[in-house]
Design a protein around this ligand. Structure first.
Ligand code: KG4
Ligand code: ZN
Length: 354
């Protein structure tokens, strides 16, 4: 099977051609980072307009790179949820038009399932790693979502949420703290780079919520503590202090993510942890999770860097799982701002279940 994937749920317009063994034949990502940077976050209206400009060029690009005609594909997979409605609509309409014109099947993909399966992608020239094996526990940490899942197979019904954030997503916390420190957008990769040369123990900061047995996260307290620190000590310049602050903040986010994910893997008695989503590109998270899991005989499998942040290859691969069973959403495909994965964590304040 050769499937065209299309992704337009947030601030990346992406297309990819992927085969059923997860091999990426060609991919293209047009990032809107520069467009949204002056606003410090994604502006939905600007996002949809930019997707509209770029969706056809990225689709053409992947066929040109692969020297293939559109008629060569088996079907189309497109992100239909969760995401910004206007942005999702652009990808879904483009996919429907193409499916109709080519008379090919089309399936909608939940963006979160795409992230969870990104670990199975094989990019040309990338180092081969032993594939992840089901069942595994996955930490999905991106700009919009942070949750731990048990994954028994590639289908939506085989994914169970074990716990999620009560408030901010981990990536959102990186981005807000990056903004607070005057670093620009998105804060995650910028903090990651600065933290490399910082000392995480040089700055005193409280740790985020860590109740034993709970697999829920809360990052809003850490964000407030960072604000308090800046109020008390002033904004650090481009110096060692800034690197130390980034290192201390990052250590708290990363270790919290690792502790809870390890706790989940041990409770579920699985031997494999998969990291997914944009925050899985974080250098410290990749290194420290592997070391800490090894102590418990657990293996951590991480997607290649470019498969962690938003891309269409993961959408194509997730769609292949449905297309292979003969499924076809055809022209009835609709969008939704919400994930189709059942959620166990209640957002916001209030009594927690113990
Ligand atoms: O998965 P993604 O590309 O988009 C969403 O679906 O949200 O994730 C983007 C998020 C942003 O919040 C970004 O700051 C964060 O991933 N991110 C990182 C790193 N690279 C991207 N966070 C920490 N360290 C990184 N190296
Ligand atoms: Zn994403």
């Amino acid at each position: 099977m050769l499937v065209l994937g299309i992704e337009t749920s947030c601030d990346e317009t992406a297309a990819a051609l992927v085969t059923d063994d997860g091999s990426v034949v060609s991919d293209a990502v047009h990032s809107q980072i520069k467009l949204h940077a002056p606003y410090g976050g994604v502006v939905p209206e600007l996002a949809s307009r930019d997707h509209l400009r770029n969706v056809r060029p990225v689709i053409r690009e992947v066929f040109a790179k692969a020297s293939l005609e559109p008629s060569a594909i088996t079907g189309i997979a497109v992100t239909c949820r969760p995401g910004l409605t206007g942005a999702l609509l652009v990808g879904v309409q483009a996919a429907k038009g193409l499916a109709f014109a080519l008379d090919k099947p089309i399936v909608g993909v939940d963006h979160l399932v795409g992230h969870l399966l990104a670990v199975f992608l094989k990019f040309p020239g990338a180092a081969e790693q032993a594939p992840a094996e089901y069942p595994f526990v996955a930490l999905l940490a991106s700009g919009g979502h942070t949750a731990i899942y048990r994954v028994d197979g590639p289908r939506l019904a085989q994914v169970t949420e074990l716990g999620a954030t009560r408030d901010d997503a981990a990536g959102e916390c990186f981005d807000k703290v990056g903004k607070l420190l005057g670093l620009g957008y998105p804060g995650g990769p910028l903090i990651d780079k600065l933290a490399k040369d910082g000392n995480p123990d040089a700055i005193e900061l409280p740790w985020p919520m860590r109740r034993k047995g709970s697999l829920e996260f809360s990052f809003s307290g850490l964000k407030s503590n960072m604000m308090r620190w800046v109020t008390e000590h002033g904004l650090p310049g481009d110096d060692q202090k800034l690197r130390d602050v980034c290192a201390a903040f990052q250590r708290r986010v990363v270790d919290t993510l690792i502790w809870k994910t390890l706790e989940a893997a041990r409770a579920e008695r699985v031997r494999t942890i998969v990291l997914a989503g944009g925050v899985a590109a974080n250098r410290e998270l990749r290194e420290r999770s592997a070391a800490q899991a090894a102590v418990h005989g657990i293996r951590v499998v991480v997607p290649p860097f470019k498969a962690c942040t938003d891309n269409a290859s993961m959408i194509a691969y997730a769609g292949i799982q449905r297309l292979a069973l003969g499924e076809n959403d055809a022209q009835s495909l609709v969008t939704s701002p919400h994930t189709a994965l059942p959620q166990s964590t209640k957002k916001g304040r209030g009594k927690r279940e113990d």
